[in-house]
Design a protein around this ligand. Structure first.
Ligand SMILES: *[C@@H]1O[C@H](CO)[C@@H](O)[C@H](O)[C@H]1NC(C)=O
Ligand SMILES: *[C@@H]1O[C@H](CO)[C@@H](O)[C@H](O)[C@H]1NC(C)=O
Length: 396
């Protein structure tokens, strides 16, 4: 009898535990859908809840954005590194701003030991007032842009641009939703392509060019100039895809997936191939080398710069919050910092492959069709991949 009772007690205990486990698993999923307000320590998932009432009131919104930027304190492990120090001072002060064209007089002791691009960045990297040489004022008519493709290119990449605009980047409508295209350019160091660039733009009307040197460490600047442009010229775009000119995008499928999003996701999306708690490269031979005396600690989570999507509604706030985020030369990391300042982190999507997949074949065939965005494609590959895809896409 005693044994039997023990048995029942054990069974009851086990069943209770299993029940609790299932209960917690269900409960764990629930907060995503629930309407509960976020707890004070958790940043809100949708910064527009806080920011939207301040639209058009720059002064008030700047105070609010400064407060929100305190989210970045999590990055500031105590150290004497240059970026961390400057960010700390910026957050502590009431009137300091990142992104001014005044050159800083703060000495960086070992600047001379830095690679040349980083030295150049530190000398000019805080100024984002560069003249727009080629504009597209009518790119987004009547607020009917569903997806704006903003593709980082360089003046000399004529073939890549041609492949993009005649394949996945074609400006057209998918099921009533309009896709528009711009390429983001600076000026090529050492070579004047301007007659060709003007000719190209006369044919295609999809170039944006600013008067700064188009170099790797000026990509953050390019991003900033684009955000400034978009908030003026394409404020109605529902989504923006920022990407490189050597990615292949299954545009019809991305459009399709974006239409399936619901709730606040439509307004506060930041989605791509997520890189979490990456550490700076400390090998001076790397293109991404960042010395310890410049930045200490891990990077914030960010979406790989090869291609990611975000909500157009965030554009003005990303631009303004960056007044409280010290410029950083690696553009996708900087974007992650700005989203972190707004209290957001990227959402991962397995369809975004912005890094090489180890062991992959050069000409992937059918198995890869679930991918939405793939890195490192030649113009020929793009055209081939598009011709396979195109036949399945319905016209509007
Ligand atoms: C587009 O939307 C903005 C903001 O909602 C509005 O101010 C503007 O008038 C709209 N433009 C057109 C052409 O509908
Ligand atoms: C970025 O562009 C500016 C303006 O052309 C230039 O002075 C600066 O050296 C460039 N920075 C880098 C890192 O190439």
């Amino acid at each position: 009898m005693v044994r039997c009772r023990k048995f029942f007690v054990s069974i009851t205990a086990i069943l209770t535990l299993v029940g609790l486990k299932i209960y917690f698993e269900i409960m764990y999923e629930l907060p995503i859908f629930s309407e509960l307000p976020p707890t004070p320590t958790e940043p809100p998932r949708n910064p527009l809840v806080i920011l939207e009432p301040f639209k058009g009131q720059e002064d008030v919104s700047m105070n609010t954005l400064h407060d929100m930027a305190n989210n970045l304190r999590r990055l500031l492990i105590s150290s004497n590194s240059y970026w961390n120090n400057k960010e700390q001072n910026l957050l502590d002060s009431k009137d300091m701003r990142a992104w001014t064209c005044k050159t800083s007089k703060e000495p960086l002791k070992d600047l001379k030991t830095y690679p040349e691009p980083l030295q150049l960045f530190l000398q000019h990297g805080g100024c984002r007032e560069y003249r727009l040489i080629i504009d597209q004022p009518d790119k987004c008519p009547y607020n009917r842009t569903f997806l704006l493709l903003a593709i980082k290119s360089s003046p000399q990449n004529f073939a890549q641009r041609q492949a993009v605009r005649s394949s996945w980047g074609t400006e057209r409508c998918y099921g009533g939703l309009y896709v528009r295209l711009v390429f983001l350019l600076g000026v090529a160091p050492g070579q004047d392509f301007s007659p060709l660039i003007w000719y190209e733009n006369g044919q295609s009307h999809d170039l944006l060019q600013w008067d700064f040197l188009d170099t790797f460490f000026n990509l953050t600047l390019k991003d900033q100039l684009f955000l400034g442009w978009a908030r003026l010229r394409c404020s109605g775009a529902k989504y923006i895809l920022k990407g490189d000119d050597d990615v292949f995008v299954r545009t019809p499928e991305i459009v399709q997936e974006l239409t399936l999003l619901g709730g606040h996701q439509t307004q506060s999306l930041y989605m791509g191939h997520v890189v979490s708690s990456a550490k700076p490269y400390r090998d001076p031979r790397s293109k991404y080398y960042i010395p310890y005396s410049y930045y200490a600690g891990s990077y914030p989570p960010y979406a790989g710069g090869g291609g990611y999507v975000f909500s157009g509604a965030l554009t003005p706030w990303l631009y303004l919050v960056s007044y409280f985020v010290i410029p950083f030369p690696i553009d996708d990391v900087y974007t992650g910092m700005c989203f972190m300042a707004l209290g957001m982190k990227p959402t991962g999507h397995p369809g975004f492959q912005t890094f090489e997949i180890p062991g992959r074949q050069k000409y992937p065939c059918c198995s890869k069709t679930h991918l939405l965005l793939e890195h490192k494609k030649s113009p020929q590959e793009m055209l081939q991949m598009w011709s396979k895809l195109r036949d399945h896409v319905q016209h509007c």
